[in-house]
Design a protein around this ligand. Structure first.
Ligand code: PRX
Length: 650
């Protein structure tokens, strides 16, 4: 985040008290805070009993003796899919719509809880017939179609582990994730609709699996794009052919609370993406608790819509597990916000009478740019609560969201959390909290947050520092897949017995938390984390590049944008113009990692600013990329480098 946007956050003094009518009917009450403050563990145990069905009740709440690996509700047993499906049907809600799905071209499909349960049972039988059992890893590389949810729940139902890979990632990234998890099955689609065209997916799976020996035995292919694809006999199977003969009877057995549920990869500061591991009982408890209370969910009447792709943590926790555990009715939309017209999202809100809407600041800012006339053409009066996630929301976007989308009345919940935390950690509670535009504000009941200085001391009010979580929480990650040491080093080594989140934060005069962005070399592009290091590796894997440095520079729409500085190999430098080199390298990164990582700009430079010990000074490059006066250069070996780079950019 640039210093100017931090300034505007910290000078924000507008306050929005809860509407009394909303407060009178709110799901969450202040007694949640009181109970959690009184006895945090008893509070979580109550939530776990209240919100989750246990095949075998737990007696033990938290075992922290093997810290930093937690065991929550360790002697209990549950089936996560049963909790999201069968129990709602058994409770008489089988006819309630679980998912209203809308494809980008406008095709639709609605599934009630009874229908979704049947689909998942058949899919579970299919996966079991392919040899998937407890603990096996299944990679899911699908667009946002009902089969994505069905596949995730079918894997969960068998006690197996899913690793969903966002459909925007390229073959190389997919392969790295398949290998790291040792997946035996991949579930994909022929193609997906994106911006009016069919984006092929299966060819990326083919390319990924062609690269040497693999653990993958079978590839299940959902027909969606109807694009032509290659077929590997014996390995590839059509989903619709295979599922047709499957029985719709499937008994969900209980698995222990700590049975792994999924791995989801996220970027770190160094090295390959980290496979964040989540388990069952604690995760389900906290996603259900937060989904219910933060979004004020009334499952009988609300229509909930979270715009995230299922390939990100927000899609896991607040499209799949939270809403379905709570028996919510939700909208699932395959496409982009602006296809076939820029009012597509608002049209969907009007059509489905969406009442709870959860999206990211980057989307809100791009709508602001298009102008209020577009949303104002639609009836958005069904909306009664708005959520934001992914990055700090600038106060102007917050106020626009409230006024133009929320009709000036809908409360906004700005929810801070991470892939690692599994569920929302810091957020206003609607009907209780007086909200402040731009601040996530208060830790949820049962969550312990602090802001520390570099030495580990509490910073006090009206001061900034590093955000930490001081007590274990039910949906916390249980580790990094296959790399326990990296788990300890990344999150638990900076401060003793304290989880280091990697975010800067400020406490205001009330002690409320204002998030200020990452403090490490991780960028936040449109609410998605990307590491500078991964993109630098992609750049240097191109034959033109000798050296590369990447920074996240402020961008009005996407929050941050990728800006790269590259030195070309001497013998090749004369063979291309800087513009050609930039075009080639931008395309190369998109091909290696995925379009989200494509640099906004690639600057060809003669040298990079380095410290005497040889470390690239990204901070200076960030100053340059953001057009700021360059900060402290005292440790720089050669100060003329910066001037030369700045000149190149003019
Ligand atoms: O920097 C914080 C930012 O997103 C990071 C987590 O990214 P990821 O694991 O991809 O999960 C995104 C969705 C939960 C955090 O370390 N972040 C997320 N939400 C907020 C936020 N920053 C400020 N305010 C938020 N509400």
């Amino acid at each position: 985040m640039s210093s100017t946007s931090i300034d505007s956050l910290l000078h924000e003094k507008r306050r929005f008290a809860p509407d009394p009518d909303f407060a009178a009917n709110a799901v969450a009450g202040t007694e949640l805070y009181e109970r959690a403050a009184d006895d945090r563990l008893a509070f979580w145990a109550e939530q776990a009993r209240d919100l989750v069905h246990w095949h075998r009740p737990f007696t033990e709440t938290l075992d922290w003796s093997k810290a930093p690996v937690a065991r929550w509700f360790g002697d209990g047993e549950l089936n996560v899919a049963y909790n999201c499906l069968d129990r709602h049907v058994l409770a008489g809600h089988g006819d309630r719509v679980a998912i209203h799905w809308e494809g980008e071209p406008g095709d639709t499909r609605s599934l009630t809880y009874a229908e979704l349960t049947v689909e998942v049972k058949r899919a579970a039988n299919l996966l079991a017939s392919l040899g998937v059992g407890q603990g096996d890893r299944v990679a899911i590389y699908l667009p946002v179609i009902p089969e994505a949810v069905i596949a995730m729940l079918a894997v969960a139902r068998l006690g197996a582990v899913h690793s969903v890979v966002f459909g925007g990632f390229a073959a190389e990234s997919l392969r790295a994730r398949i290998d790291d998890a040792g997946a035996k099955l991949v579930i994909t689609a022929d193609g997906a609709y994106r911006k009016g065209k069919v984006l092929p997916l299966k060819p990326a799976v083919d390319a990924a699996l062609a690269a040497g020996e693999t653990t993958v035995e079978k590839v299940l292919v959902v027909r969606r794009g109807e694009n032509e694809i290659d077929w590997t006999a014996g390995r590839d199977l059509w989903w619709h052919d295979e599922i047709a003969p499957m029985s719709d009877e499937h008994d969900a057995r209980g698995f222990e609370a700590e049975n792994p549920l999924f791995i989801l990869y996220t970027s770190g500061t160094t090295g390959k993406p980290k496979g964040i591991l989540h388990t069952s009982g604690g995760y389900l408890t906290q996603v259900a608790f937060t989904h219910k209370n933060v979004f004020d969910l009334k499952p009988e009447s609300d229509v909930y819509w979270c715009t995230a792709d299922v390939g990100w943590i927000t899609g896991h926790s607040y499209v799949v597990y939270g809403p379905l555990a709570n028996g919510a009715t939700q909208l699932l939309y395959e496409g982009t916000p602006d296809t076939p017209h820029p009012g597509r999202w608002w049209e969907l809100i009007e059509k489905y009478k969406v009442s709870i809407f959860y999206t990211a600041p980057t989307a809100i800012r791009s709508f602001m740019k298009l102008g209020r006339e577009i949303p104002q053409k639609f009836d958005l009066s069904s909306l009664r609560l708005l959520g934001s996630v992914g990055e700090p929301i600038n106060p102007e976007a917050w106020v626009w969201y409230r006024e133009i989308i929320g009709g000036g009345t809908a409360p906004i919940v700005d929810t801070w959390w991470q892939t690692e935390t599994g569920a929302i950690m810091i957020s206003a509670l609607p009907g209780i909290t007086t909200t402040k535009p731009g601040a996530a504000q208060v830790p949820l009941p049962g969550i312990s947050v602090d802001v520390l200085d570099e030495e580990g001391a509490h910073v006090g009010k009206e001061a900034g520092g590093l955000l930490v979580l001081t007590e274990p929480w039910p949906s916390m990650l249980r580790g990094i897949w296959g790399d326990e040491q990296r788990y300890k080093d990344t999150y638990w080594s900076k401060f003793a017995n304290t989880y280091f989140a990697g975010d800067g934060a400020h406490l205001d005069e009330d002690g409320d938390v204002w998030l200020l962005g990452r403090v490490d070399d991780v960028m936040n592009i449109s609410g998605h984390r990307l590491s500078t290091m991964e993109i630098e590796s992609a750049l240097v894997s191109h034959e033109l590049t000798a050296e590369a440095a990447v920074v996240g520079a402020h961008d009005d729409t996407t929050g941050q944008a990728v800006v790269a500085f590259v030195i070309l190999k001497g013998r090749l430098a004369g063979t291309v113009t800087p513009q050609e080199a930039s075009d080639l390298l931008r395309a190369h990164v998109a091909e290696q990692i995925g379009a989200i990582a494509r640099p906004r700009q690639v600057f060809v430079v003669e040298e990079l600013p380095k410290t005497r010990s040889g470390k690239i000074m990204r901070r200076l490059l960030q100053d340059v990329a953001e057009g700021r006066e360059v900060g402290d250069t005292t440790t720089l070996t050669d100060t003329s480098v910066i001037r030369i780079i700045s000149d190149t950019m003019k």
